[in-house]
Structures are given as C-alpha cells and as structure tokens.
Design a protein around this ligand. Sequence first.
Ligand code: NAG
Ligand code: NAG
Ligand code: NAG
Length: 335
Amino acid sequence: MKAAIILATLLTALAVCQDHDYWVDRVWGELQQAVTCATCEILLGTLKTVAHQGPDVLRAVLTEVCTQAKIADADVCQGTTAAQAPSVFYILEQLQIGSATTGNAPNGTLFACGDWGNPRCDPPIRLLTDSLLPVLQGLQPPLAFSLFTGDVVPHGFWLTSRASVEADYNTTYTALQTLNRQGPVYLALGNHDTSPINIYPVSPTQPSSFNPQWAYDLFGFWSNRLSLQPRPPSPSPSPSPPVPVPQPKNHGNYSILHHHHHQTDTPTLKIITLNSLLYYRLNTLIYTTPPTPDPVSQFEWLTTELHQAEIHHQRVWLLTHVPPGDRSSLATPAP
Ligand SMILES: *[C@@H]1O[C@H](CO)[C@@H](O)[C@H](O)[C@H]1NC(C)=O
Ligand SMILES: *[C@@H]1O[C@H](CO)[C@@H](O)[C@H](O)[C@H]1NC(C)=O
Ligand SMILES: *[C@@H]1O[C@H](CO)[C@@H](O)[C@H](O)[C@H]1NC(C)=O
C-alpha cells in the first residue's frame, strides 16, 4: 500500500483540493508550493493545461518532473508514469477544479534483504512456505479460519505486468491453500493486486480499458477456492460433498457464512469482504466530477448484507485492505 511514491506526491494535490522545459519547471515549482487548497488548485490547473496537449506530453512532463526532482530513480519514474499517465490523463480531462473533489529500486540496493527477508523489503515466498505456514498448520486446536488482507504482488510496481500479477496470485494463494486442511481462508483485494496498480473504476461509465476484470476474476477464483468450508462429520461411509460456495459476481468483494469447525448447526458468523480500493486516495479514478457517492453501489450491497445478518442474528466481520476511516481513504459524502 505504501509504495506509490511519485504519483502519490502529485495526487496529493487532487486530494486536498510552451515548451516542454517550461512546463516541467512550472509543474515542479507549483508542486512544491502545493500545500494549501488554493495552491493545489493552481497546480491542477497547470496539469490540466498540460493534459490538454495530449497524453504523451503529460507523460513526458510528469516523467521529467519526477526524474529532475529526484522523487525516484529514473527507471521508476519512467515505468510509473507510463503505467499511470492514461488514468491521470482521463481524470484531468474531466476534472472541474474548484469542485468538491478537488524503494527499493533496481540497481539502487544499499543492503541485501537476506534469505528470510527484512522488515524493509517485501518478504520472500519461503518465509510463508517454510516458516509461517508449517507453524500455523501445526497449531492445536486447529485454526478456525484465517484472514488475508491482500497485496500478493511485490512493491516493484513499475515493473509489473498482468502476467506477473497473475503468477503472484497463483504462487501465494497456492501456498495459502494448504491452510484449508484446518479451515477456510478469507481474502481481501489489495491495491497492488492489479497492473498498473491502484486503478479500480468507480462506475461502469468509466472507460472499459481501465477495468481490471481479469484481476477481479482471479481474485474471485481464489476466494472461492480458499473459502471452502470444512465438511460436517458424516455418520455414513459415503463422504458428503463439500458445502457449496456461491460463485461470486466479484468486484473484489464477497459475503460468506462461516461454518465453524465441522459443526452442523446454523452459522452465526458472516464474513464480508469489501473492495476498499474504491475509496483509496491513490486510485486516480475516484476523482470524478461530481464525486461518486457510492462507487459501484458497494455500500448499497453492504447495507443489504448487514440487514440480512441482523435478521438472522449473525455477527459480522468486515475485511478490507485499506482501513476505512484512515487517511488513506477519501471521505465520500453519505449516499
Ligand atoms: C547500475 O549502476 C551502475 C553504477 O551506478 C551503472 O554503471 C550501471 O550501468 C547500472 N546498471 C543498470 C542495469 O542500470
Ligand atoms: C493462474 O491460475 C489460474 C487458475 O488456475 C490460471 O487460469 C492462470 O493461467 C494462472 N496464471 C499464471 C500466470 O500462472
Ligand atoms: C459485490 O458488490 C456488488 C455491488 O457493488 C454486488 O452487486 C455483488 O453481488 C457483490 N458480489 C458478491 C460476490 O457478493
């Protein structure tokens, strides 16, 4: 979650409020001044003017600002702006200023991470497969269930592709699947769990080229597998089939009743996983004019789910990647 250095800096402007070199100097100058709502709006106005000259100009200027200002290494600046410029361009084109919406880089490694990782690196997979999982698998009594809050993709976000992200889902979730012998594993979608990162449309009217349906589908596939409920004990010799799990129409969200350890009685716990990236500050696509009060109607769905739980006397655990109420989430008007 922490990684988006460059556009983070530029997009902070969004959250609070003629030639190439000329625009680079001007954007960088205004970026340093952008500490109040008024100065942020000046910066946004300039960025809109740059965007008006086309997506390629916008990308070139942002790359140059990032590189010259040493916001990150040149290759990180290049890769990140290439990935993020299309959605930044799209949102700048429609943004009305004054509306309510206003690493560890390659070849720059200073210390080795070590075989088992380091708190300042992404953990290697063997920390999970050879250390954490064997401990969890041996616990007595066995785990009732496990929660995993997302971000299976390493933080080298300027180097990812759809194929690399898919491979990361598969590696991590195949490893976590071994916990299913104990109980289900419930998942949340992370902001890194797509490529380019942080791009999650808030309405079906946004261009379909931004829709990470493949990531939602793969998340849905693994959510289904990992949430498999243990079989209730069967007195008959023929094994009872696994309790069916509904196939989600998934946007990075689902709701499921937890069947506690081989008990046959009615479940009293409901797990609801929200797609918290629809409110995440670094998701460029949330800055619509006017603001989208309930992105993809997720709150409407949540309300119904909570209401049903209340009727059936179930407790609810909400699972998200970005904490709601944290400053990482944009405050949206109540629908
Ligand atoms: C890595 O850094 C060294 C020293 O700064 C440089 O000479 C070399 O070209 C760099 N290699 C790559 C692949 O960027
Ligand atoms: C990941 O797993 C899914 C489901 O088994 C499969 O369709 C896909 O090809 C795999 N992708 C990669 C890159 O391993
Ligand atoms: C996810 O939320 C949408 C509303 O945003 C809802 O229509 C859909 O049914 C939910 N998906 C699942 C799997 O519950």
